[in-house]
Design a protein around this ligand. Structure first.
Ligand SMILES: [Zn+2]
Length: 136
């Protein structure tokens, strides 16, 4: 049995800067001319509908909002990773995103501080998070 390939995102002209940013080691969010920030990438600000926006670096600091722990693989690429979590995190800048937190399920706590930990799946760079550590 061969290992299935990691599922690839549908990278569009709109979202390409986000993926290129991760490849370069930065997590980027979009910010409109009125200062609203959001993700995932889209062509108009979800709050004021402005089409004037840019990608700006996020700090990489976030807090854990919620999560689920998968104990069944619904894609063959994840069969060797069980159990793993899929988490909703809130970036310090405000936007929320789906990701994985790199720790055991028992260590997950609502509101826990997290730090960006960019992972690599072949050519693809993905935004994951790790516990920020109580001392920092
Ligand atoms: Zn806006």
């Amino acid at each position: 049995m061969t290992m299935a390939d990691f599922p690839q995102p549908d990278i569009t002209e709109t979202s390409r800067p986000f993926w290129d940013g991760l490849k370069a080691g930065q997590l980027l969010v979009q910010r409109c001319e009125n200062g609203h920030r959001w993700m995932p990438a889209r062509d108009f600000c979800p709050q004021c509908l402005s089409a004037r926006h840019e990608f700006v670096p996020a700090s990489g600091r976030a807090t854990l909002v919620s999560w689920v722990v998968y104990r069944t693989a619904f894609h063959d690429a994840f069969a060797g990773r069980l159990p793993y979590n899929v988490a909703l995190v809130e970036l310090e800048e405000g936007p929320r995103m789906m990701t994985n937190v790199l720790c055991e399920a028992d260590a997950l706590q609502p509101g826990m501080p997290l730090a960006l930990a960019i992972g690599h799946e072949g050519e693809l760079a993905v935004a994951r998070f790790a516990p920020a550590g109580a001392a920092s």
